[in-house]
Design a protein around this ligand. Structure first.
Ligand SMILES: CC(C)(COP(=O)(O)OP(=O)(O)OC[C@H]1O[C@@H](n2cnc3c(N)ncnc32)[C@H](O)[C@@H]1OP(=O)(O)O)[C@@H](O)C(=O)NCCC(=O)NCCS
Length: 140
């Protein structure tokens, strides 16, 4: 495995982004919407093994105080090799003045705790599809 970290959009196939999210069991939509989400993010990470997209992540941010991390996923065939850590550390290091929040997928909280994240005591969310988020285990 020869992992390359990329922080721009060169040769990113947005269908592959959607497929990666799907294969990792994450929420995914159409390729164009993922493209807009990443293009409007303050920090983006794409991991490639050769020309295979194997990991992604992004953060939206005001660049000076706050950031929120989304769409962190590693191809299941590549999980457990430190790539998730690379994605998170790359995002955090790219916005050094910022605090970060995120929604851990249910069961993945330990991954973020390993990386120095803490559970939020007063986290609140407003969702267009609140019943869907409740069914997926994200909200009470
Ligand atoms: C969660 C995910 C991004 C982690 O990526 P990964 O490459 O498998 O993780 P890493 O190998 O970088 O693990 C980093 C550390 O976290 C630990 N870890 C990984 N998953 C964990 C979990 N579910 N619970 C506790 N610790 C975990 C690893 O043991 C490792 O610890 P170490 O550095 O002491 O050895 C990846 O498993 C994934 O894409 N899962 C499906 C999608 C998903 O849930 N994304 C997160 C959405 S919030």
């Amino acid at each position: 495995m020869n992992v390359r970290i990329q922080n721009n959009f060169d040769n990113v196939n947005w269908n592959e982004v959607a497929n990666l999210l799907k294969s990792a069991g994450m929420s995914y939509v159409d390729a164009e919407t993922h493209k807009i989400s990443f293009l409007n993010s303050a920090s983006v990470v794409f991991l490639f093994d050769g020309d295979i997209l194997i990991g992604i992540g992004r953060a939206i941010s005001d660049m000076v105080r706050h950031g929120a991390i989304y769409d962190v996923a590693v191809n299941p065939n590549y999980q457990g090799n430190g790539l998730g850590r690379i994605i998170i550390e790359t995002i955090v290091n790219s916005l050094p003045k910022c605090n970060f929040i995120l929604f851990a997928s249910p069961g993945k909280e330990g991954f973020y705790e390993q990386l120095g994240f803490s559970r939020l005591k007063t986290g609140m969310g407003y969702f267009i599809d609140s019943s869907g988020m409740r069914m997926k285990g994200f909200i009470e």
